[in-house]
Design a protein around this ligand. Structure first.
Ligand SMILES: [Zn+2]
Length: 248
């Protein structure tokens, strides 16, 4: 039985002489892998439709695989030209794809939410929204789904409402008595809380008030590393690109 799904392409790796294994996220089945036969040959018509950071419709035989399916046909839905042409946007898009791949839970109900988050994040980066903010909001949303949302209602340790620092290791705010970290200013703490509480859904309300900060992205990535052991590999490039941009 032929089935078609809307797929967000997260990554591809070479397979055999001319094939690719393409990892995608779908609403219906969560994360899936497809073998795209001959996709690395020069004249392959499909190669441009299965690149990471694209939305395409994949056709396959549902009976034919358990963990991997043969790709029988593909139609482009969204090509995200800026995500493939602009270095900074591409770094943002790739970070979203990597996090979605690493943090997909194998639970279609949750993965369908991640699907919407990834698509929203890619749309916003493509439209030219502030990339660092989009990444912050996306990470906050995905962390909430994993039950590791930063604790931003008072001090993580003692509950004291007067907080001064953010601890990645402790997973949230700390008060002066509990913290030996460098204190952050009130605006930085308020901004962090707003990003954590709001997520991408409230991006249009949050972004005019405060833009995300590269330090926030690093803190969120550190929290993900501490609390579920996932190290985001594309983070280094992202920080290098935006760090340079900020100093320029
Ligand atoms: Zn405390």
């Amino acid at each position: 039985m032929d089935e078609t799904v809307d797929a967000l392409v997260l990554k591809q790796v070479d397979y055999g002489e001319a094939d690719l294994i393409v990892t995608v996220l779908t609403k219906e089945y969560g994360k899936m892998s497809f073998r795209a036969r001959g996709a690395r040959r020069m004249k392959s018509r499909n190669a441009g439709k299965i690149l990471p950071c694209m939305k395409s419709q994949f056709r396959f035989d549902l009976r034919e695989g358990k963990t991997m399916f043969i790709l029988k046909g593909v139609n482009s839905l969204k090509t995200y030209p800026s995500l493939h042409g602009d270095l900074a946007k591409s770094a943002g898009g790739s970070l979203v794809a990597e996090v979605a791949d690493a943090m997909s839970m194998g639970d279609p109900a949750i993965d369908s939410v991640v699907f919407s988050l990834v698509e929203t994040a890619w749309d916003m980066v493509e439209e030219g929204k502030d990339i660092v903010s989009v990444i912050c909001l996306f990470l906050c949303d995905v962390m909430r789904l994993h039950g590791i949302a930063p604790q931003v209602d008072g001090c993580v340790r003692c509950g004291c409402p007067k907080v001064v620092a953010i601890s990645a290791r402790e997973g949230g705010f700390l008060c002066d008595a509990c913290s030996n970290l460098e204190p952050r200013n009130t605006f930085a703490l308020r901004r962090f809380r707003m990003f954590v509480k709001g997520g991408l859904h409230y991006a249009d309300k949050i972004m005019p008030i405060a833009n995300g900060n590269l330090g926030d992205v690093e803190t969120l990535a550190e929290m993900i590393h501490y609390h579920i052991g996932i190290k985001i590999k594309t983070l280094a490039l992202f920080i290098r690109l935006f760090g340079v941009e900020k100093n320029a």
